[in-house]
Ligand binder design. Structure first.
Ligand SMILES: Cc1ncc(COP(=O)(O)O)c(C=O)c1O
Length: 331
């Protein structure tokens, strides 16, 4: 039996027929960009997340970039990021000319160690990006309290956590402005690249709408230097059909994860995903750590079980960040 790392065929199969008929409608109308199906998905995703506004974006990286710009982050500003995350969190900060300031993560939760944030805040700090890694929410209360004390903006990176809850509310609803990715293998995955911004602040919503569309609301009039970062209607329709299934699919992930946790606890030096009380993770990934990583990977491969290392090179040691000058094992 082969267990692939990701298999999207089941989820796609569930919505395939419905999508084919929406696709036919879309092709007949040939209405591909900024149509009513985008607004429908935006409204549905906002209400699923428990926020007032959603802006459909081209991908998660663009969503983070726009969120940062909406938050007023610019050249030379500092943004607190977790040391351990997918590199897009850092790239978004760098791409707008700001500086990512990494804070180490907790071994137990794998998320940013909230108790280490305050010591990294300087007079240049503008925002904190809270990445809910592998599906587990960050300690949002602690992070929001620090942010409010220092008048910083909180941006959730919800790319790996669609449908997760922290103290009863959905992730993506806590920060001032939040970004997510619908890359195909995410818990809510598109049929290509897509992402979104969620917020409760009307002014941020309007600004994000402007930035994703060349800095323009009125055609051919440009108030700011913006991007082309819109979500296609083809993706909006696909995501809108998948959204009603997300809770069921996440419950399946959770039940499988619970089985793994029960079966694997106490084996060797394996550390397993940890769920603090009041957290409902989305189990985007089931991540274990061990000193015998290569051997374990080989053993699982022999059994037909595919695994991946998330992530093989930490961000502070990537060639792209050599200029920041962080040493090996600094985090
Ligand atoms: C934590 C995190 N942030 C940001 C991104 C970037 O999203 P995208 O691939 O849609 O640009 C991803 C995923 O790819 C991610 O896992």
């Amino acid at each position: 039996m082969k267990i692939p790392f990701v298999s999207l065929a089941h989820q796609t199969g569930v919505i395939k027929m419905a999508y084919q008929s929406r696709l036919e409608e879309l092709l007949n109308k040939s209405d591909f960009v900024m149509g009513p199906c985008l607004s429908t998905f935006e409204q549905n995703y906002a209400s699923y997340t428990g926020v007032q506004y959603c802006v459909g974006m081209s991908n998660g990286l663009d969503a983070l970039k726009v969120a940062l710009r909406v938050a007023g982050v610019g050249v030379g500003d500092e943004v607190i990021v977790p040391a351990h995350t997918f590199i897009a969190t850092w790239l978004a900060v760098s791409e707008i000319g700001a500086i990512p300031v990494p804070v180490d993560c907790q071994l137990k939760t794998r998320n940013i160690d909230e108790t280490l944030i305050e010591q990294k805040i300087s007079n240049k700090t503008k925002a904190i990006i809270a990445v809910h890694l592998y599906g587990l929410p960050c300690h949002m209360k602690y992070i929001l309290d620090i942010a409010s004390e220092h008048q910083l903006i909180v941006i959730e990176d919800n790319a790996q956590t669609q449908g997760a809850k922290y103290k009863g509310s959905m992730t993506g609803s806590f920060g001032h402005i939040n970004a997510t990715s619908f890359y195909p293998s995410k818990n809510l995955g598109a049929a290509g690249d897509a992402g979104a911004i969620t917020t409760n602040v009307e002014q941020y919503y309007n600004h994000a709408l402007l930035l994703r569309n060349y800095g323009s609301i009125r055609k051919y009039y440009h108030e700011e230097v913006g991007y082309n970062a819109r979500m296609d209607n083809l993706q909006a329709d696909f995501l809108d059909l998948k959204l009603p299934h997300l809770d069921t699919w996440n419950a399946e992930r959770t039940s499988i994860a619970n089985t793994y946790v029960k079966a694997l606890s106490g084996i060797g030096d394996l550390t397993l995903p940890f769920t603090p009380s009041g957290y409902e993770p989305a189990f985007h990934l089931f991540v274990v750590t061990t000193k015998f990583r290569t051997k374990l990977q080989q053993y699982l491969r022999q059994g037909g079980i595919e695994t991946l290392i998330h992530y093989p090179v930490p961000n502070h040691l990537q060639e792209a960040y050599r200029n920041l000058g962080y040493a090996k094992r600094r985090f």
